[in-house]
Design a protein around this ligand. Sequence first.
Ligand SMILES: [Zn+2]
Length: 160
Amino acid sequence: MEKSEDIIECFEGFDLIILVADRPKVKLALWVNEAIVSLNIPLFCAGLEAQRALQYTIIPGVSGCIECWRSTVKEEHPVSYEMLEKRKSLNLTGDNTAIAPLVSVITGIVCAEIVKYLTGIGELTTVGNLKLIDMDTMTTKISETWNKSSDCTICSSINR
Ligand SMILES: [Zn+2]
């Protein structure tokens, strides 16, 4: 896959997408973001770093998309944004630190969020929010929050 159209072609007709692949690091998230907005289906995303897991959900028309998130970072944390841009241009891959117990934890947490979405039982906690799970303490917190941007080039025309 090399562009959002490749993803759209593969996932047309699906109810949601779960993204846990991480290469190419930044480009993949941007391609998937364009695809889920185009298909108007939710994205449930998770990943692992050495000592923590990350989770977020995008629902087109409800939450901001990944481009809205990037705009928020650009406005509020310009140094972080520049680092993201550099990682994207260099296509940095990072180390793979996943071990089975951590994968199991984040898999269970993402599946619980998807069950809540599909059944309507319980409140989703990661829509437009980045949740971090500290693997040392097993505590969670919302690390970043973003809203739908009215001038987003990807999702501003989507409404639910
Ligand atoms: Zn957007």
